[in-house]
Design a protein around this ligand. Structure first.
Ligand SMILES: Nc1ncnc2c1ncn2[C@@H]1O[C@H](COP(=O)(O)OP(=O)(O)OP(=O)(O)O)[C@@H](O)[C@H]1O
Length: 954
């Protein structure tokens, strides 16, 4: 059979690539020759192809030309189709004018269908399957498909698989099923979410050669139900559907690879039959009824689809055949229908019916689109792709070297054979060699130019990234300057210190920006020049190639040129991939910067929200319920850390980064802004929040001195260190005394409480909490006695000494004082919030800077257990775990940024440490005790004194 096709020339002409979009079904009509039987029956030819035209004329055999009364009512019918072939057309001609036009599209990833339609015995199976010596459309299409695929060797990879089924009596049977059990079982049709019809359990066999395909085709045909009828000795009693799946991709893998899928359906329908004509009874008649029913369903679909300008419902569900043909008729497929008719007068009615349906089918439109999936490789896979490309380059180089050796030997032989006076031939060979050198040279030039361009681009990306980073620093400092609520509250010295720090950073950023801008413009210029060079080298190569191609005379020379060109293409592809890696890397960095900016902006928004909330609270403005709900929602998001978690998860580094040093580490806990705001703003109306360490922490708590020799207590700490003072008045006195005697760690912040009534009862601690205390600062040297001192502001007018603080001193506190104190406390909260936001920003900045040490001093786990404090509020009843943000070697950097922070630095002496832990344990114990006594109450039942806050030493 294969030899037959070779003779007929399978793939001589170039393949058509039909346009995409909305396309009409191509309708062809084949008029088969008269059969012996028809001649014996005395049939005459009534179907004619009009010469050189795509027209079929069907004469009515019953028309009486002598009947003058009916002279004007001729029953002669004319039909025009896209293709018409008559008895003279052979199988190749029919194939070439129908299915072959689909091949080019199928190879490019478009679905296609070719189906044979017509009455029983009209020649459908002959067209689709043909005979052993004269194969039909199915065989020829598959043969040419493989011929075409072979042409793409080295450029594209194809995978061909096929399925073959029949619909017999409305049951689907797998014609390629291997086991006997599955071949006898029937398959179900399923529709996926996209509306694509699938046959569940249908075998799909991969074929590598046309021979394999043919083998499968024969196997399927043997399994197909075929029985003789009166109308056709070899009547197919089923619809046969051959589905060929073609998957293709480029051989040279790229970062964005396109994989194309195409389905080619070749369908041999069973023929419609009239019981009278076939004289079928029993089983055959039942088969005929099923065939007719499904063909009627197909006819209805054709009718519905061909109706112009309507959106008529097309009922594909009426039969399995129409469900399978759904895409071919009204969906994404180029479709060719080959209508078959007998030319004999005895089949006039069947032929007329077929031609009528075919005529309608001309108006059916399908919407064709290419089935392409873009496969984007993950950046981690790039290395493998590049390696593959390199291997290919090496392979080609080896092949080239081998060929060059062979060519050189041939040339030498030719040279020696040539007589001295045959200078023309000598010159020709020499010129060939020179041309090869020239080609290598232009290719090399092009590769070098592209590499140089890549280097410039990489440099430019770095510069642009650095510029953006510096701009971000400047922007951040400026927005801080303008928006920070603490600025108005600072002393002039603090402002000056802040300004100095900020100015240094900004100045450095500005200076860097200036240099970077210069570098950028220099690189821009270089890039332009290099691009010009690259384009010029491309032009040179093109021109030279044209010249060389004209001069090529031998196959070897052509082969050498092919190898050189392919080698060059792979090298270029490798560079392009590298360029893409750089550009992706840059885009990741850029996204991180954008996240950083967003986070800055968010901090700003948080501050604004907090301040506005404060104003609302202070002025006792009633806010709409909805707004309150929104605020609660906002606070919840902030508290639960969901936003920051998202930020972390979606950070490009956390997605892609295998490089931990570049990883953007966003703390899972948030800046506690809402927590602070909530506590602060509700302090006048709610109970004092009490704090304790989680029970399991206390025992595992590592020695803080060794972990954090210079730990800072921030405002946040101050706010969270609360205890029931009423039970521990002496203890407070001890703390205060330790502060004044420069004993480290202890620091008191006393919140005030509560309603004026309670306050007038003498919350002595309120006044005491307004103390201003000097505390030692750790300067990095534990043995240095000249510890830096920093003023830490608390919230009320100073007393002579905090050590003198006692409840009796504060009995005369007045309401005005308390309001002021509350405001001051709120300011501290605002500062803490701002600082927390800054800190968060700082962490992001530092994490992005690979130069900055990212090594934490302790492991995350020990850090969490050492500094995790549980805060249990009486109201609101929630538990928040606080992680210390001031961990790690960022200390110095942080101190620069948060220069207004009340850095209380802890001394390292063992004595202090032990005393601290003692106090801590005692406090925790007391607190538990208090909880059991006052449970939800804000006052001490015994003394009816409002609770004050004191420090839980760390
Ligand atoms: N173009 C042709 N040239 C020569 N013989 C043909 C041609 N077309 C059909 N025949 C012959 O006509 C007879 C009927 O053809 P075929 O079996 O292909 O019809 P069919 O439409 O498939 O019928 P059914 O629907 O019953 O299966 C066969 O013997 C076949 O060899």
């Amino acid at each position: 059979m294969t030899s037959v096709l070779k003779d007929n020339g399978g793939g001589g002409q170039p393949l058509l690539l039909l346009p995409t979009g909305e396309q009409q079904i191509v309708v062809a009509c084949r008029i088969r020759p008269m059969t012996e039987e028809e001649i014996l029956q005395g049939g005459t030819i009534i179907a004619h192809k009009v010469a050189d035209d795509n027209m079929v004329v069907l004469l009515d055999p019953e028309e009486d030309h002598d009947d003058v009364l009916r002279a004007n009512r001729s029953r002669e019918r004319k039909y025009v189709f896209d293709v018409v072939s008559d008895a003279r057309a052979d199988q190749q001609e029919v194939y070439s004018s129908t299915a072959k036009m689909l091949l080019g599209s199928v190879l490019e990833g478009y679905n296609a269908t070719v189906f044979a339609y017509g009455a029983t015995g009209a020649g459908k199976t002959y067209t689709m399957l043909g005979t052993e010596n004269n194969p039909g459309v199915m065989y020829r299409t598959l043969h040419d498909l493989f011929v075409e695929i072979k042409k793409f060797t080295g450029k594209r990879e194809y995978q061909v698989s096929m399925s073959y089924l029949e619909i017999y009596n409305e049951l689907i049977r797998d014609l390629l099923a291997t086991s006997s059990s599955s071949s006898s079982s029937f398959l179900e049709l399923r529709e996926d979410a996209k509306g694509t019809i699938q046959v569940a359990g249908l075998s799909e066999v991969v074929a590598k050669t046309p021979e394999e395909v043919m083998e499968m085709l024969h196997k399927g045909n043997r399994a197909r139900t075929q029985e003789p009828t009166k109308a056709n000795k070899t009547s197919s009693r089923s619809h046969a559907v051959l589905q060929v799946n073609i998957k293709q991709r480029d051989v040279t893998r790229s970062h964005t690879e396109q994989v194309r899928f195409a389905k080619l359906y070749m369908i041999d329908l069973a023929g419609s039959e009239r019981a009278a004509q076939t004289q079928n009874t029993g089983r055959r008649m039942m088969e005929g009824a099923h065939i007719n029913r499904s063909l009627l369903a197909l006819g209805n679909c054709i009718n519905a689809l061909s109706e112009k300008g309507t959106t008529k419902y097309v009922n594909y569900r009426d039969s399995k055949l129409t469900r399978i043909l759904k895409d071919s008729l009204g969906g994404n497929s180029r479709t060719v229908m080959i209508a078959h008719i007998s030319p004999a007068s005895v089949h006039f009615e069947e032929s007329r019916n077929t031609l009528n349906y075919a005529d309608r089918a001309k108006y059916i439109k399908t919407k064709i689109r290419r089935n392409v999936i873009d496969v984007s490789y993950h950046i981690a896979q790039y290395q493998q792709i590049i390696q593959d490309l390199r291997n290919q380059v090496q392979l080609l180089r080896d092949q080239r070297d081998e060929l060059e050796i062979r060519l050189a030997a041939t040339n030498e032989a030719r040279f020696s054979r040539l007589s001295d006076n045959n200078t023309t031939e000598r010159l020709r060979i020499e010129e060939g060699l020179k041309l090869k050198e020239n080609i290598l040279q232009v290719y090399r030039k092009q590769i070098d130019a592209r590499r140089a361009l890549l280097e410039i681009d990489t440099g430019l990306m770095d510069v642009v990234h650095e510029c953006t980073r510096n701009e971000s620093v400047i922007e951040h400092h400026e927005s801080n300057k303008e928006n920070s609520p603490r600025n108005s509250k600072k002393s002039s010295e603090e402002m000056a210190a802040d300004a100095a720090t900020s100015d240094t950073a900004v100045q450095r950023a500005r200076a860097e920006l200036r240099v970077l801008e210069q570098e950028r413009s220099k690189l821009d210029k270089q890039r332009k020049a290099q691009l010009k060079d690259f384009e010029a080298s491309k032009g040179d190569a093109r021109r030279l190639l044209e010249k060389v191609r004209k001069k090529m005379s031998t196959t070897e020379q052509r082969e050498l040129l092919r190898l050189l060109t392919q080698n060059f293409e792979y090298e270029m592809k490798t560079i392009e991939l590298q360029a893409d890696i750089f550009s992706r890397d840059y885009s990741i960095k850029h996204k991180d910067l954008q996240l950083l900016r967003m986070s800055q902006h968010r901090s700003l928004c948080d501050t604004i929200i907090y301040q506005q909330r404060k104003i609302i609270q202070d002025s006792k403005v009633l806010i709409p319920y909805d707004l309150g709900e929104l605020y609660r929602l906002y606070s919840r998001d902030v508290d639960e850390g969901l936003l920051m978690h998202d930020l972390k998860v979606h950070s490009p580094h956390s997605i892609n980064g295998s490089n931990n040093s570049n990883k953007l580490t966003v703390p899972t806990t948030l800046p506690f802004l809402s927590q602070i705001a909530e506590e602060d703003l509700t302090s006048a109306s709610t109970s004092v929040t009490s704090f304790h360490l989680p029970t399991n922490v206390s025992s595992r708590r590592p020695n803080p001195t060794t972990l954090f020799p210079h730990r800072t207590l921030s405002d946040q700490d101050l706010f969270t260190h609360v205890n029931d003072f009423t039970n521990n008045q002496n203890e407070v006195g001890q703390y205060l005394s330790s502060i004044t005697t420069n004993k480290p760690i202890s620091y008191a912040h006393f919140n005030f409480d509560q309603s004026p009534k309670q306050l007038t009862k003498g919350n002595s601690m309120v006044s005491m909490s307004s103390e201003s205390v000097d505390v030692p600062l750790y300067n990095g040297d534990a043995t240095n006695n000249n510890a830096t001192r920093r003023k830490v502001h608390t919230t009320s007018p100073p007393n002579d000494s905090a050590a003198e603080a006692s409840p009796s001193l504060f009995k005369n506190s007045n309401v005005r004082n308390k309001v002021r104190l509350r405001k001051q406390t709120q300011n501290i909260a605002a500062r803490a919030a701002q600082r927390r936001a800054n800190l968060h920003h700082k962490e992001l900045m530092e994490d992005m800077d690979p130069a900055f040490p990212a090594e934490p001093v302790v492991s995350k786990e020990s850090n969490a257990s050492a500094f995790g404090l549980e805060i249990t509020g009486v109201k609101p009843k929630k538990t928040v775990t606080i992680y210390d943000p001031t961990v790690s070697s960022y200390r110095d950097e942080l101190r620069r940024t948060n220069s207004d922070s009340p850095d209380l630095i802890k001394n390292q002496t063992t004595t202090n440490e032990s005393s601290n832990s003692t106090s801590y344990n005692r406090t925790a114990k007391n607190m538990n005790k208090k909880r059991s006594i006052s449970h939800g109450s804000t006052t001490n039942n015994r003394s009816n004194m409002p609770m004050a806050n004191t420090v839980v030493p760390r």
